[in-house]
Design a protein around this ligand. Structure first.
Ligand code: GDP
Length: 535
């Protein structure tokens, strides 16, 4: 994490140079497609700068307790285990981790707000799978460019052209392969590099534990070496040429086409090409629009927004880390920042160390980097921090909840702790907390995208706030935004009510779509708007 000395100054040119050599991305995939394996392969190829292995290995999607205790003692700042940072060919990659469980997909959506592009990882035997589709949809709506990596090509799977067809027809994304496999799925010899028609032959190593050696061949050499396997691949590339499936930077950045690569992450095949592609075609951090629509240049003074909050890992201490993506300027440990939402100063001077396996201090960080701010309980998801010139980034869209439950403290004597806990969890974005005058303060309604969020709330209130609660599930399944004028209408209808989110948004909730449509038809003046996250 030590940049060249000449580039550590606040000079705009130095900041621009640092931003230009950064690539901040996430991997979107369905469970089991090979995300952990790919992460490890990338770290192997590159020089991992701050590898917080605990969160990336398959065995530990959660940091271990000892990591968190160390962090708690440090009370400092950290480059997060949420982002794996590695360097390759003088480019700094920030791989922002996306949680695996489908119930927590809302977290994943938030993570996608912090990246500049995504790698869509497909299992070559399965193609597009449900969770990939959901996540791709978020990328599309947010305008995030997507590079596609077809994984597990060493195993029997689908036909490569068929896979391209699936991407084109199912998600209307134009595939433009940069490499093309030599050998069908299950017989992975190498790839054709479409830029110059050379053949990159992948050679196996025992167990795939080291970087796979590769040999470069001219088309003639490849033809001699692979015979029919080579000519079959060549013919398919001719088809791609004829169908205008050639990489196009403009449509890639606009999110309508996707460069495609083939790989076998477990064997380290194709990983070098992925890194190369990210380095050459993927976007570096660019100016971000503030809530007022004005672009904040990357060389403006420091600004960042919080996209993830992690807390409650350690029962003995109240740990609380806010992860922020830097949008502009330089971050230096010790800087005093301003919290845009409250206008209060936010000190980073107790910054000490990285948690995770490798202790390292986040002394300095640049646009595209992710910083972990420890003991930042006043920060909420979507909040902005800045150094001098004020900016406020737009809120991260929250998703329409589909599960609702009334929560109450079992012991009314613990109401104060209960309220504090609920407010805390609301700020962290663990769950949405909805209120209404009709229900009163003692019994707010929790709203979630997935029911597992409720379990987390119950567990954390018990462990961190010593408060036992009861949950009563409500029959609602659908939430839409309503204005004040329409609130009475909804409240006087059966099977519906209006609840207020902490940010003041009014949610009309309904038992089902049919009921909602009936109410809407009976009251043509009623305006109901979709809550689904857009941009
Ligand atoms: P995740 O759930 O997406 O993180 O998937 P993992 O990285 O844990 O991989 C799921 C399974 O697929 C594991 O058993 C991996 O060893 C296996 N796997 C991952 N990549 C490859 C690959 O390129 N080839 C083969 N044959 N197996 C792979």
């Amino acid at each position: 994490m030590t940049p060249p000395a000449a580039a550590t100054s606040n000079q705009p040119a130095a900041v621009l140079a640092q931003a230009a050599r950064r690539r901040t991305f996430a991997v979107i995939s369905h469970p089991d497609a090979g995300k952990s394996t790919l992460t490890e392969a990338l770290a192997l190829h590159a020089h991992a700068i701050t590898a917080a292995g605990a969160t990336h290995g398959k065995a530990g999607r959660k940091a271990t307790v000892s990591d968190w205790m160390e962090m708690e003692q440090a009370r400092g700042i950290s480059i997060s285990s949420t982002a794996l940072q590695f360097e390759y060919e003088d480019t700094v990659f920030n791989l922002v981790d996306t949680p695996g469980h489908a119930d927590f997909s809302e977290d994943t959506y938030r993570v996608l707000s912090a990246v500049d592009f995504a790698v869509m990882l497909l299992d070559g035997g399965k193609g597009l799978e449900p969770q990939t589709l959901k996540l791709f949809d978020v990328c599309r709506r947010s305008g995030i460019p997507v590079i596609t990596l077809v994984n597990k090509w060493d195993r029997p799977g689908l036909d490569a052209l068929e896979l391209m067809d699936q991407i084109q027809t199912e998600i209307d994304l134009h595939p433009t392969p940069l490499t093309w496999p030599v050998g069908i799925a299950g017989d992975f010899r190498g790839v054709i590099d479409r830029r110059d028609d050379t053949c990159i032959e992948y050679l196996r190593t025992a167990g795939g534990a080291t970087i796979a050696p590769q040999a470069i061949h001219t088309p003639d050499e490849a033809s001699e070496l692979f015979g029919e396997v080579w000519s079959a691949a060549r013919e398919e590339v001719d088809l791609l040429d004829a169908s205008d499936s050639t990489y196009d930077p403009e449509t890639f950045l606009a999110g309508t086409s996707t460069p495609v690569l083939f790989a076998a992450a477990a064997l380290n095949f194709g990983i070098g090409q992925l890194l190369e592609t990210m380095l050459t075609v993927a976007p570096a951090p660019a100016p971000r629009p503030g809530a007022d629509g004005q672009l904040r240049p990357v060389d403006a003074d420091f600004s960042a927004f919080v996209f993830k909050i992690q807390a409650g890992m350690n029962t003995a201490h109240r740990d609380h880390v806010a992860f922020a993506r830097i949008c502009s300027g330089v971050f230096r440990r010790g800087d005093v920042l301003t919290h845009a939402q409250s206008g209060r100063p936010f000190a980073t001077k107790y910054a000490q160390s990285l948690f995770g396996r490798e202790r390292e201090t986040a002394e300095i960080a640049f646009p595209g980097d992710v910083i972990g701010l420890v003991n930042a309980s006043q920060l909420a998801i979507g909040d902005t921090l800045f150094a001098d010139s004020p900016v406020q980034f737009p809120p991260i869209p929250s998703f329409a909840p589909e599960h609702f439950a009334v929560i109450r403290a079992r012991d009314t004597g613990r109401y104060k702790q209960f309220r504090r806990g609920i407010e805390q969890l609301d700020r962290e974005g663990v769950v949405q907390v909805l209120r209404s005058n009709l229900r009163g303060d003692q019994a707010p309604v929790l709203a979630a995208v997935g029911p597992m969020q409720f379990e987390v709330v119950v567990d954390r209130l018990k462990r961190e706030f010593s408060t036992e609660v009861s949950l009563d599930h409500l029959d609602y399944q659908l939430a839409l935004q309503v204005d004040r004028a329409g609130a009475d209408t909804v409240n006087s209808s059966a099977g519906a009510e209006v609840l207020e989110r902490t940010d003041g948004t009014l949610l009309a909730v309904f038992t089902d779509r049919w009921r909602m449509q009936r109410i809407a038809r009976a009251h043509p003046d009623l305006t109901l708007e979709s809550l689904a996250a857009g941009v």
